[in-house]
Ligand binder design. Structure first.
Ligand SMILES: O=C(O)CCC(=O)C(=O)O
Ligand SMILES: [Fe+2]
Length: 299
């Protein structure tokens, strides 16, 4: 993102053309401090190493997995039979008590078991929230919209930082189950932080699976369904998955951290006049989210 400051129009053009072609882009020099990322990932690893009965205490019953811990065997990609081979922690936006969005954005779950965990999640959330807004300014420019087009729409976005643990698979798995079944993301854009282990693949326009490998320290960004709806699929929400490791790496766990950037709950996602006749009907962001959470078995 050196180019972001030096040649904003050039940056936005390049970013946009990657999105149009693949729905994905890889960004270096994003400016989020390495110490914030490393600390949050280390704290998360320590959490996932806790006994299952301890972790399970941090699951919010009836909370649709939107905050705290979601164990193995819950999230199931849309139209898939087997649940994904993953567990995760969700940390969302902190709002003041009595805020009109409290029901849709519940308080984060405190996790005192690992000292400093909560603060590390909050720091990472804030860093990615800010980075996401910068990326959206470049996307607005690419779409010939006012540069601040997205600012207000995401200011109180129902965004969530997901820290993922895909456990080692040496014990074997149910045939057909994979780390993350093929899916499109629900949200506006996703900022994905570096898994050291391979496995992420995207489905390209020719119908071939392509590995997504980002140099260390880079952020992988992809378009979610909400932005695909808004742009009438000019910026496509590309199907992606995380495949199981080769036998020689089956004993190695995989960690990653996507930040799902969402619109504010009340935003009406109404397809803009671009890319041909509209493919979608208008829908409120929160209604769309709730519908999709049911489809992936979180709600
Ligand atoms: O772990 C990854 O690399 C990708 C995760 C993902 O696609 C998701 O959680 O939506
Ligand atoms: Fe995803």
């Amino acid at each position: 993102m050196k180019l972001y400051k030096e040649d904003f129009a050039g940056f936005s053009q390049e970013l946009g053309s990657w999105f149009v072609g693949f729905g994905f882009a890889i960004v270096s020099d994003h400016g989020v401090e390495k110490s914030i990322i490393d600390h949050a990932l280390d704290q998360a690893k320590a959490f996932f190493a806790l006994p299952l009965e301890t972790k399970a205490r941090y699951t919010v019953k009836g909370g649709s997995g939107q905050r705290g811990y979601t164990g193995l065997g819950v999230e199931t990609a849309k139209d898939h039979t087997f649940a994904d081979l993953k567990e995760f922690w969700h940390h969302g936006r902190t709002l003041p008590d009595g805020h009109r969005y409290n029901a849709m954005m519940p308080a984060n779950v405190a996790m005192p078991e690992i000292p400093g965990f909560d603060a590390s999640q909050q720091a990472m959330f804030e860093a990615f929230d800010a980075l996401g807004k910068q990326i959206l300014r470049a996307i607005a420019m690419f779409l010939a919209l006012p540069i601040d087009y997205f600012d207000e729409k995401v200011a109180l976005g129902n965004s969530v930082l997901r820290t993922l643990h895909y456990p080692a698979l040496e014990a074997g798995v149910t045939p057909g189950a994979i780390r993350a079944g093929a899916h499109g993301d629900i949200n506006v854009i996703t900022l994905l932080l570096g898994a050291q282990e391979p496995g992420l693949q995207l489905l390209d326009k020719e119908g071939n699976w392509q590995s997504v490998t980002a140099p260390e320290g880079c952020v992988v960004i992809n378009i979610g369904d909400m932005l695909a709806r808004l742009t009438n699929d000019l910026l496509p929400s590309t199907i992606h998955r995380v495949i199981n490791p080769m036998p020689e790496r089956a004993g190695i766990a995989r960690y990653s951290a996507p930040f799902f950037l969402h619109f504010s709950p009340d935003v009406l996602i109404k397809t803009l006049p671009m890319n041909g006749p509209p493919n979608y009907k208008p829908i409120r962001a929160q209604d769309f989210l709730e519908e999709r959470l049911r489809e992936i078995k979180l709600a």
